[in-house]
Design a protein. Structure first.
Length: 243
């Protein structure tokens, strides 16, 4: 599972030519498809690569991010959007990952869509863009509420999570069409819930792993980690190899 999320991280980093996406909305067409789990693990894997990351719980109807990180949710995003401007209390640290910050939802408001479409939300994203390399946003299911569509217009792109043997292709197509109408960008779909041992898992997972494991290495093509290490060394030396 950890390797699957690392693959997702790589796919996201190479999804845009020239510059990796900074603000990423993760949602699903229906409830209980794994969008919050995907958002959390995406943020964690990005932070494990030493990028400064903040995850925002914008599911103001059924927030769950605070439960995973064990953070009190009496103060959060809704407080800020309702007039409180203290970002020190808004952005929480997660001791196990120093590069990861968390913004919980705060108390559930009576008007989630209104808060998310406010200028305060846009200003907050601009502020976070100036401080973090990646901003991961969890939102309510796309078909049930307008929240995801609203957020999709102020982020770089959207990742749609689908549950194997559960997701409705009809609902996903409807949401895709809705995003296209408002000019939002979809990075792709995460297919969730494929069990090990299934035909799909063997094809997408173990099949590819065994192919690369058993193939002879192409020594003419460097591994990215090796390139980064060499580049790092070159930045600290001159042409004579001296510091």
């Amino acid at each position: 599972m950890a390797e699957a999320y690392r693959h997702l991280r790589t796919s996201l980093l190479f999804s845009s030519a020239g510059k990796p996406p900074q603000t990423i909305l993760i949602t699903s067409s229906q409830p209980a498809e794994g969008k919050t789990t995907t958002a959390i693990n995406t943020a964690i894997t990005l932070a494990q690569a030493d990028a400064e990351v903040v995850i925002i719980d914008c599911d103001l109807r059924r927030p769950r991010v605070h439960n995973y990180f064990g953070i009190d949710n009496s103060q959060g995003l809704t407080n800020y959007l309702s007039g409180e401007r203290d970002t020190e209390n808004l952005i929480r640290s997660y001791p196990e990952l120093p590069h990861l910050k968390v913004i919980t939802s705060g108390p559930i408001p009576p008007n989630p869509a209104e808060l998310l479409s406010s200028n305060e939300m846009k200003d907050l994203l601009d502020f976070l863009r100036s401080r973090y390399r990646h901003v991961i946003i969890d939102s309510p299911p796309a078909i049930s509420f307008t929240d995801a569509a609203i957020l999709s217009t102020i982020v770089d792109g959207v990742v749609l999570v689908a549950m194997a043997n559960k997701s409705s292709l009809h609902l996903m197509r409807r949401f895709k069409q809705r995003l296209a109408t408002i000019g939002a960008r979809i990075y792709g779909v995460v297919l969730n819930g494929i069990k090990s041992g299934s035909v799909e898992y063997e094809y997408y997972g173990a099949g590819y792993y065994n192919y690369y494991k058993n193939s002879e290495a192409d020594l003419s093509t460097p591994v990215m980690e090796d390139v980064e290490t060499a580049s790092s060394s070159n930045r600290h030396t001159n042409g004579n190899g001296n510091i």
